[in-house]
Design a protein around this ligand. Sequence first.
Ligand code: NAD
Length: 479
Amino acid sequence: MADDLYHRSTLFIDNELVPAHSSARIDLINPATEEVFGQTPDGDATDVDAAVRAAAAALPAWSALAPAERGDRLRALADAFEKRLDAVAELVSTENGTPIGLAKAMQTMVPANYRYFAGLADDFVPEETRTTMTGDAVITREPVGIVGAIVPWNGPQPLIAWKIGPALAAGCTVVIKPAAETGLDAYLLAEAAVEAGFPAGVINVVTGGRETGAALVEHPMVAKIAFTGSTAAGRAIAERCARDFKHVTLELGGKSAGILLDDVVLDDFAPFVMSACTPNTGQTCRALTRILAPRERYEEVTGFLAETMRNIPLGEPGDPKNFYGPLVNKAQYDRVTGYLELGRQEGARVVTGGGRPSDFDRGYYVEPTVFADVTNDMRIAREEIFGPVVVVIPYDTIDEAVEIANDSDYGLGGGVFSPDVEKATAVARRIVSGTVGVNSASFPMDAPFGGVKNSGMGRELGPNALDPYLEYKTIFRAV
Ligand code: NAD
């Protein structure tokens, strides 16, 4: 069968769609219908090697360009992506069940991301001469080399942009490995890259699963891995990279706390129930899934959360009125429903939800769920569930709230909600985490993003986003 939007047998290498080495394919299942709707190659080590070699051949010329010329290509990529924005959003929504309104909003970030990184390329100073303690020195900033960008299924294009944007701006060439569930949308990015005039080999895409990713991590010519995904995979990748001292940045899972201060106005908090606590049907790494509520307002908060989540429309992801969709796949459905059962066994109280919605006879839907009477030592309070499930834990003092928030293996997000912004900011400073929102769910792309503890290492975005893609060299001179 010839390639079309949903069926691919080729990989994007050296600006060409080349047949995959083996006939192994990944069947793509629409999470709303449970039916197979498409296919991508399951790339193997031979495919990865071809892509890496194309990236290696392209590296000298690409890294020799003036940074602002690389910025021009990134701006052209933003323009070319923008033309495909609706097509990408529809494809992603079919692949992973993201409600279409959110899928479009997420794709809108992508050209903005590429333009931001283009600006960083414009401002990039590849070398400077400094007076040092022993003479003068030329300090050069050189691209690390070939970058493997490995991403999950929940926000494929923004997460690719966060990696390849700074990598390309810095002068690196890239091999992208999308998640098995969301390989198709990467072909539209490839199409945009060709239209944007990227030289052959600068951007390559190899679809596949874990083995494909592992082949990229292991490839001796790859200098850096930029990874977003689960903590378990991140650990395996970091261990493998350590053996060869490969550069690695890891954006991993989370179990972030949302602290409601005692003066919180719940009607003001309402929009954040979806946007901060359960975005993308809860399948978001920085979701605030542990809500800490003042004990004297505990029942009011749990009732309010339950009522708000019940009223958020859930259903067919292609229908723009829905803000909750199905979970991405059967494994995720089993995992989340397993936690719903575990919560009951641990003694938590289901305030709303707790199972499968009765009006769906197919699709990986689960009910948005609020657990009350939760203590921070329960597994539902400690482990990342990655579904529309929040747990509510009472606290008596702000010190106790901070202690509970920080008593976590993770440290990716966080939130503090109060009409008193300064009071909330003082609490936010005490949270051990890479990001914390104060009455806000939208982190800015021109500020650093990342996690501490089991949520990863390194930062993406922000004015220093190129740093993880650079090697510094000092030429010290007696002059
Ligand atoms: P995953 O870790 O299973 O897979 C992520 C990607 O890594 C996929 O492309 C997969 O094929 C690949 N992969 C898996 N194991 C690998 C290995 N050993 N070597 C090389 N590649 C490997 O995660 P997922 O289920 O796709 O995504 C969900 C997870 O991602 C959640 O835990 C979530 O919190 C996390 N996430 C984090 C962020 C963030 O910025 N911190 C953003 C989104 C998602």
